[in-house]
Structures are given as C-alpha cells and as structure tokens.
Design a protein around this ligand. Structure first.
Ligand code: ARG
Length: 423
C-alpha cells in the first residue's frame, strides 16, 4: 500500500468515525487554550455538543455520554480563516495555461485543494473568483458532506471591465474570444446585472477588479479600472442583497475610489498611502494584504511558467506592499488575513503569518487577523473565537504560537463543526 493510500485511508476512517460520533458529546482536554481576544493561555476543557461549543470550563461539568479526547501538549485555538483564496483549478497552471483546463477538471482540483486547506487548519475561507460557478458547487458539496473542505464563502466569477484584470487579454480576436460574458461589465447597469446574475447562481459575495493586476496580460497595476459610478452601482446592488464586496486593487487611485464607493475589503492594497489608510479606517474598510505570495512568484515564477510580464510587475509591487502593510497596521487599520493561495500550493496559507510578524504585527495581531477580524469581515458571528455557542471549529498546535508564529504552519489537530479531520 502506498503512503498516499494510507494517508487517505486514515482521513476517511477519521471522518467516518467522527460522523458516527456526531450526536455524541465530546470533551477536548488540551494543554491550554489560546484566547485570541486577550492573548491569554487558559487551562480549561472544551465541551462540545452537536458541533457547537457548549462551554469552556475548568470545572468538571456534568456531560452525558461524552467521549474524552486527550490532547496533551497541544494548544487549542479557533480554526484559521483566509479571506483570499482560489480553490478552483490546478495551481500548477500559470500564465494563461489554465485557459485550456476544463471547468470539470478545475472543479476536481478544487476538491483536492479544499482538503489540503482544511487539513492545514483553515476552517473557513473566502473564494474570490472562479469560473462557471464551480465555487458554488464546491461550497455546497462540502456543506453536504460529499467532500472534505473548509466552510466556503464564494464570489462566483470576478467582475471586470473589458480588457481588465478579470478578462482574458491579448488573445487573437475571434467571435469566440469576444462572445459576451456576463462578468465583463462596462456601465453601471451592466454592473448591477452582473451582481444579480452572480447572486442568482449562488454567490455569497461580489469580487471585482478595481485596478490592473500582476498575473493578467496587458494590465497596469496602477491603472484604475471601473469608474466611480460603476463601482457605486455594483456596491449598492450587492449591499441591497446583503452581499459583501471585495475589490482587487493595487494602485492608489483604484483603492481610493473603491473605498469611496463603499466596498467592504480591499484585496492586495499594494500602493495604499497614509491618507488612504486613514480613509479605510474611517469608512470601516478591511485591508487584505497578501504579503507572502511575492516571494513565491519571484522565487518559483519562471520555473512555474508565470509570465515574464507578471514577474516584472511583481518586482515593483511586492516590496512596497510589505512596507505599506507595516504602515497600515501601525496606524490601526482593520487587517485581515488573505493570501491568494492558488498562485502557490493550497495548504501553505499559514506561511504568511511569519511575514506578517516580520513586517510589524505582533503574533497575536497576526492571529487576530485570521480569526476575529476575518469573521467580522465575513459577517459571521459564530466563528473566530472559542466561545460558548460558537461553532466547534478548532485547531491545535504543539507549543505556543505567540512565542513562535511559524508553529501555525504545522497544525496537528483540526476540528470543523465538531468533526475531527486531523488528530
Ligand atoms: N492576483 C494578484 C494579481 O494578479 C496577485 C498579486 C500578487 N502579488 C502581491 N505582491 N501580492 O494582481
């Protein structure tokens, strides 16, 4: 039997086993629990019933037919969250190679990627951009217990202007390449319609590209894409349906206009300046800054087939983004953990924590960015902390992540909604 088979077999047994015990009460007995709000380590047990945390307590509680799970040497904390992933597709396909990947194949890779993400300790993620609503299917398959993965919030296709970061640019003109796609919008009413269509097919949130990007052909990261009126229409339509809006934006102008238009988060935020950080703070806009991925792009990029044009852009964006991350955090901006996993292998998301600490966050702030803050941005009030009434989304690490942040790269225990996926 191959190692891979054994590993899969092991997880399947775990899941079946956990499923059987779904109605069973569980008591987790760890070394300690990290309270991610105060940063205190607490000696207590976690009582779980039907996937929900019943209590966290030092006293022996009356708990009928409970199974006790000993986790000696383990620190428990809430499941991690990533506000910016792309689970759909084979992450080895760079440049425009993914255009030859069928949506069916991309979805199958999504199943694999979802599992790697969950087993790395990420129990909730926001998928910001996927073709053919494959993200909706993956989210629902996970919810229905068909496949393993984190709880997903999904955007469906990213909205873009013609020739924008979310379009396929510089292909030879043909009626095929030019056929109308609903996610390519060039006026406020098309923007509203695109939001309505994404919602109709099951999206939870809206993602649009407010500037050019690193990975797209023939776009300038500093160029604003979409007019204020288009962004305003899009945000107004999304908010009227209770959907959040995530704006991809590197350049300052696009960042500023997107914040003015009322988006909930700026993705990348690379060229943000002090005035605009203050604007984001005043407007309650979250900043999701993917400061690890640059090292992957520049280190592995040419080997992996990332376009030369993208490498040229990344050399300018990466360093400035990190400096601006530091400035934003020191000014007290609402920072969330977002990685752009999918450019690099899924499951490596936690590598970004170390960078966040290197670039000015305390370990506790980096952890809060991936728990409390992300839950707030997502509009979820039952995840992000270990608290009575919250979902039992719990991860365990060996040691204290406040002393050594890269321990988060090696999560040894994963529970989602009361089921154990890694032990
Ligand atoms: N998806 C983003 C884009 O293509 C990736 C940016 C990566 N670079 C960075 N420094 N965060 O623009």
């Amino acid at each position: 039997m191959s190692n891979l088979f054994l590993k899969h077999f092991f997880y399947i047994v775990l899941v079946i086993f956990s499923n059987l015990s779904i109605s069973e009460n569980l008591i987790l007995v760890p070394e300690n629990i990290l309270d991610v709000r105060s940063g205190k380590l607490i000696k207590a047990k976690v009582y779980i019933e039907d996937g929900i945390i019943k209590s966290i307590s030092q006293d022996e509680e009356e708990f009928k037919t409970a199974k006790i799970i000993e986790l000696s040497g383990i620190t428990l904390m809430p499941g991690l969250m990533d506000a910016h992933v792309h689970l759909i597709g084979n992450n080895e396909l760079h440049g425009y190679q993914s255009m030859s990947e069928s949506s069916q194949m991309a979805t199958i890779y999504g199943v694999k990627n979802a599992k790697s993400t969950l087993l790395a300790g990420f129990t909730t993620v926001r998928n910001v951009g996927a073709g053919h609503f494959a993200d909706v299917a993956l989210r629902d398959a996970i919810k229905q217990g068909v496949v393993l993965g984190p709880t997903m919030l999904v955007s469906g296709p990213s909205l873009s202007i013609s020739g924008g970061h979310g379009d396929n640019n510089l292909l030879p003109f043909s009626s095929d390449n030019h056929s109308h796609k609903h996610n390519i919008v060039d006026n406020p009413w098309d923007a509203r319609k695109a939001v309505r269509i994404n919602r109709k097919y099951g999206a939870d949130l809206i993602k649009f590209t407010a500037t050019g990007g690193v990975m797209s052909k023939n776009t300038d990261v500093n160029a604003k894409q979409f007019t204020y009126d288009e962004m305003k229409a899009l945000v107004d339509e999304a908010h009227s349906h209770g959907m959040k809006v995530a704006a991809h934006a590197h350049g300052l102008k696009g960042i500023k206009v997107a914040i003015m238009a009322g988006v909930d988060s700026i993705e990348h935020s690379s060229y943000i300046d002090k005035d605009t950080i203050q604007l984001a703070i005043d407007k309650g806009t979250y900043l999701s800054m993917d400061i690890y991925v640059s090292d992957y792009i520049l280190g592995e990029g040419s080997k992996k087939g990332i376009l030369e044009e993208s490498l040229v852009k990344e050399r300018k964006v990466g360093k400035l983004q990190r400096e601006n991350f530091k400035a934003a955090n020191s000014m007290g901006a609402n920072m969330v953990f977002g990685t752009d996993a999918g450019i690099y292998p899924h499951g490596d998301n936690a590598k970004q924590f170390k960078y966040m600490v290197q670039w000015g966050m305390t370990p506790l702030e980096a952890i809060q960015a991936s728990t409390i803050n992300t839950a707030q941005l997502f509009g979820l009030s039952d995840v992000g902390e270990l608290k009575e009434g919250f979902k039992a989304d719990i991860v365990g690490i060996r040691g204290n992540p406040l002393k050594q942040i890269d321990l988060l790269e090696d999560v040894v225990f994963v529970m989602k909604e009361g089921l154990i996926y890694k032990d």
